[in-house]
Structure formats: structure tokens, C-alpha cells
Design a protein around this ligand. Structure first.
Ligand code: FE2
Ligand code: FE2
Length: 358
């Protein structure tokens, strides 16, 4: 790992691409240090869900979301040191989907790193994905920050290996958002042991950034916005001064703070899932997802997709969300309340997403 001195770990913040306007379906994250010449940025693209129809035909809208993100990532100034892809490159994990997604991503300038999503995994358990992109979990050090990538979408062996007559059915059962036949995601014993060994070697004042696909916190089990062993993973991260977990999967704005860990979701380039108020603490508000692409505004297929800046200063996350054809939102760490707060969401009158759509 890189050696790190204290002046190089002041904060992680996001900045940069505001000049590019309000259409980026990507995130740009800046890690800023006391000596600004050591600052660096990385970009984040997630949840493309490239979907094969037949022969060389793919669902065009999902293609366009990813193509647009790639094109805009290549225009970023400053140039990001690397690009993360946050998982769910494919819709049903097939070779044509992964190949097509990889082809689109190959236009990215510079280094790209990958997170495994459940839509990439449950057909062949990551075999082909691994051939294309490398190991399913790993860590790396970059300019004094320790980065960890986890495959957080594994589940019980019984469900994975014994439940389904075909790999295709297994994939379909895990692909449904609200399918009761699904199974909770988890990092699992083997990876947690690896993580423990990996983190043991890292000084506790080193900033740690963890990339996962599912949230490493428990949000809503019914939709698998959930990682079964989240607390155990959090416990391994607890000794560090500053930890950021950045995840995809939820296709919406989410933020949280648990102890020393800031959690931030990134937006999808494909479609949005409904907002948290539709399910948080209120079972009766759960939408019945009889329409596969349920969304906040059913007349606007890209509602709630977009991009955001993440500013994680001193371990506290500020998120600046820019949504396609929608009001911008800012989630800021409230120092008094000691938690992140969405200023717009707090105001009932200014609420952007009408409940009546559900
Ligand atoms: Fe996804
Ligand atoms: Fe996912």
C-alpha cells in the first residue's frame, strides 16, 4: 500500500464537473488533501442494466444511458484518475449483455474498475464477468487512500445451489425487485475473513472507501435494499477514522451515517426505483410492482435518474443531486443534528415526488 502521512488524509470531497451542465449520469468524487496538489478525482457510473432482446438488438434506452455516461465521463475536467462501474452492467447476466456492456465501457479513457451486481452474477455465478473484468472482490491503494471492492450480492448456498432447476430461473428470481422468491444479499464468511485480513494491514488513520453493489446497511428487506451481514462488515470498518461506503443497486438517492461510516448511493444510468418515502416504515405504502418499470413519474421514463456530486469532508457526506428534468436536491451533513439531511425532502410543500403516483 502507499504510505500515508497525516497531511494527506484531510477529507474526501466532490467537485469538478458542474461546468458540464446538468446532464451527467455519473458521479465525480474528489479526494482532497491538505496539499491540494495531491488531490485526485474518480468518476462513478452504475446500474446500466444492458438488456438483450434478440440477435444484435438491445433495449435502446438502457444502452443510451450508459453510452451517454461514458461520453460525459471522457469529457470530465479534471480527468478522473479512474472510473468505477458500480454493478448491474447486464440485466440477466448473459454473455451478449456483458459483452455489449463491456464494449460500451471500453470507450472510457483510462482505468476502469468494476463492482459485481446481482444482475451480472446469478446466471453463471460471475464466471463470465470475471473473465471480462477480473476478481469479484479486491482492494487497492491510490494516493494514500485504501479502496475496497466487495461482492455484496451473494446469498445463502442453499438458495444459490439447490433451489432452482436452471441457472436462468435462478437469475430471473433474483432479478425481480419485490419477488418473494429472492433471497437476502450478503458479503459472506469467506469475503469477511478476507476483508478482515486486508484491513488488518492498514493504518487506522488511513481513509477507507468501500465500493459495494448492495447497501452495506439494512434499508428494506422486501426489495433487497439489504445486506444480511451488514453489521458484521460495519464492525470491521469501525476502527478506522474515516470510512465511506458508496453503493449502487437502489437506483435512487440514499444517504446515511452509522458511527464513523458515511453511506451514499449513486444514481443509475438506466431507470429509477421509487423513493424511500414510499416504503420507509410504512408497509401499506409499498407499491405493487405489477409494472416492471415502476417509477416516480410514470410519464417520464428517465425520472429520478441523473448524477450527483459527493463531498465527503471530514467523514461527513454532502451530496448534490442533479436529476434529469427535475429539481436539484442537496443532501448535506447537518453538524447540529449529526446526520445527513435533505433540505428539500424535509419540506412537505416542496416535496418533489407526489405520493399519488403509487
Ligand atoms: Fe440495478
Ligand atoms: Fe442490483
Amino acid at each position: 500500500m502507499n504510505t500515508i502521512n497525516n497531511s494527506r488524509r484531510n477529507f474526501i470531497k466532490n467537485t469538478g464537473a458542474l461546468a458540464l451542465g446538468a446532464t451527467l449520469p455519473i458521479s465525480l468524487v474528489e479526494l482532497a488533501f491538505a496539499d491540494s496538489s495531491e488531490n485526485f478525482t474518480f468518476a462513478y457510473i452504475s446500474d446500466a442494466h444492458i438488456q438483450h432482446i434478440k440477435d444484435n438488438r438491445f433495449v435502446r434506452n438502457w444502452d443510451r444511458g450508459l453510452i451517454r455516461a461514458v461520453a460525459e465521463a471522457n469529457l470530465l475536467t479534471p480527468k478522473p484518475d479512474f472510473v468505477m462501474f458500480g454493478g448491474d452492467l447486464a440485466q440477466l447476466g448473459s454473455k451478449p449483455e456483458l459483452d455489449h456492456g463491456a464494449e460500451i465501457l471500453s470507450a472510457l479513457h483510462g482505468e476502469v474498475r468494476y463492482v459485481m451486481g446481482e444482475h451480472d452474477y446469478y446466471l453463471d455465478l460471475g464466471e463470465y464477468w470475471q473473465k471480462l473484468f477480473g476478481p469479484q472482490y479486491y482492494s487497492f491503494d491510490h494516493k494514500g487512500v485504501h479502496f475496497v471492492v466487495l461482492n455484496s450480492i451473494k446469498t445463502f448456498d442453499d438458495w444459490t445451489f439447490k433451489r432452482w432447476p436452471t441457472a436462468e430461473q435462478r437469475m430471473l428470481e433474483m432479478a425481480g425487485l419485490d419477488n418473494p422468491n429472492g433471497s437476502p444479499f450478503m458479503v459472506g464468511d469467506e469475503q469477511r475473513l478476507w476483508l478482515k485480513n486486508d484491513l488488518d494491514k492498514i493504518k487506522k488513520d488511513t481513509p477507507v472507501v468501500v465500493f459495494s453493489h448492495s447497501p452495506l446497511q439494512k434499508i428494506y428487506k422486501g426489495w433487497n435494499f439489504w445486506t444480511e451481514d451488514a453489521e458484521q462488515v460495519q464492525a470491521l470498518l469501525k476502527p478506522f477514522d474515516k470510512v465511506s461506503v458508496i453503493y449502487g443497486h437502489v437506483h435512487q438517492i440514499q444517504y446515511n451515517q452509522i458511527g464513523n461510516i458515511s453511506f451514499n448511493s449513486v444514481m443509475a444510468t438506466s431507470w429509477p426505483w421509487p423513493y424511500p418515502q414510499s416504503y420507509a416504515q410504512a408497509e401499506q405504502y409499498l407499491p405493487k410492482l405489477t409494472v416492471p418499470m415502476n417509477r416516480a413519474d410514470p410519464f417520464f421514463e428517465r425520472d429520478a435518474t441523473g448524477w450527483q456530486f459527493i463531498n465527503i469532508a471530514n467523514g461527513n457526506a454532502d451530496l448534490n443531486f442533479t436529476l434529469y428534468d427535475n429539481s436539484s436536491r442537496i443532501v448535506r451533513y447537518n453538524k447540529k443534528l449529526k446526520r445527513p439531511e435533505d433540505a428539500v425532502y424535509q419540506d412537505e410543500k416542496a416535496r418533489i415526488i407526489p405520493q399519488t403516483h403509487y
